[in-house]
Design a protein around this ligand. Structure first.
Ligand code: NCD
Length: 318
């Protein structure tokens, strides 16, 4: 098993074998998570600090749980109440925390590139928990593990990513990951929600759900990310649901065993029918959450192994 990275900032810098290494280890953690022996010691003696400058439910909870299950000392900063609101810059906050010698820093930030910048200023392992519309690597990895477990493989699948692609770091990281693993990707959504120049990524683009979903193995739905929109991108939510919301009728165009995914938070009746989201025969949304913990355990474990290689821990008592 080899994973020669200091940080996990995005999917872009990872090679296919890095992705497989993380998923293989996460697979073991996922199995272990279902047993009584959930806890391990891979992060024992290490300090993990979570800094979320943007709201989060599942990602933050999942990183926190992952750290605790592996024995780290985990601290989640309440960024709303931090000195950022007193005018301190991101870098100053990071330098302050760095002086406390954390080993793992988990960061979510509304600006694309902010996490990469921060990683250059600190001397611990940094994990990107989502930066603007840039990357959300652990989300793409947990999606990949969910797909691999449901379909038995992670290559040569037809995968549709639907909805607000333009504002979505989840879509971006998934397009990169699924492309590296040699899948066929279709993007479906209104032209106003497609990023410019997207066809250069080797994807097929559709603005009609029924056409786009024809025969696909995986349907990944995305939320309309209104907090990143600065104008009217869609006529109305009702109209949007009618054209792009996933319901049983549209799903009937996909392969009969197609799975339905959503990273959450979900807006029922906007991008997805509530009943379909809850239909355990099709929806793997709860598995995605479960795989999230396992993937974050694996990612932090692999980064911690590299930390220990670079700087073996000394005893203050020696
Ligand atoms: C996503 C995010 O924050 O990028 N959610 C998540 O991490 N599970 C998607 C979203 O906000 O719509």
């Amino acid at each position: 098993m080899s994973f020669e990275h200091t940080h996990l900032l995005g999917i872009e810098p990872l090679a296919p074998h890095d992705i497989t290494t993380i998923l293989d280890l996460a697979d073991q953690y996922a199995d272990r998570g279902r047993s009584a022996a959930k806890y391990g010691t891979a992060l024992a003696g290490l300090t993990q600090i979570n800094m979320f400058f943007e709201n989060s439910t599942r990602t933050q909870a999942s990183f926190e749980l992952a750290g605790k299950r592996l024995g780290a000392d985990v601290m989640s900063m309440a960024m709303q109440a931090s000195s950022i609101n007193k005018g301190e810059t991101l870098i100053d906050t990071a330098m302050t925390l760095n002086a406390m010698h954390p080993d793992l820093l988990v960061v979510r930030h509304p600006h694309s590139g902010a996490v990469d910048l921060l990683a250059q200023k600190v001397n611990c392992a940094v994990l990107n928990a989502g930066d603007g519309r840039h990357e959300h690597p652990t989300q793409a990895l947990l999606d990949a593990l969910t797909i691999r477990r449901a379909k038995g493989r992670l290559h040569r699948l037809n995968i549709a990513i639907c909805g607000d692609i333009a504002h979505s770091r989840v879509a971006r990281s998934n397009i990169i990951l699924l492309g590296k693993m040699e899948n066929r990707i279709r993007l479906i959504g209104p032209p106003t929600l497609m990023p410019a120049g997207i066809a250069e990524f080797g994807v097929e683009v559709y603005d009609d759900m029924k056409q786009g979903l024809e025969g696909v193995d995986v349907v990944m739905m995305l939320r309309l990310q209104r907090e990143r929109m600065d104008g009217g991108f869609i006529p109305s939510e009702r109209e949007y649901y009618h054209r792009y919301g996933l319901d049983a009728e549209k799903l009937a165009h996909a392969a009969p065993d197609a799975i339905v995914m959503h990273p959450g938070p979900m807006n029922r009746g906007v991008e997805i029918d509530g009943e379909l989201a809850d239909d355990l025969r099709r929806s793997v949304i709860q598995q995605q959450v479960e795989m999230g913990v396992a993937v974050r355990m694996a990612a932090m474990d692999l980064l911690a192994r590299n930390l220990r290689k670079r700087a073996p821990m000394e005893s203050v008592m020696a």
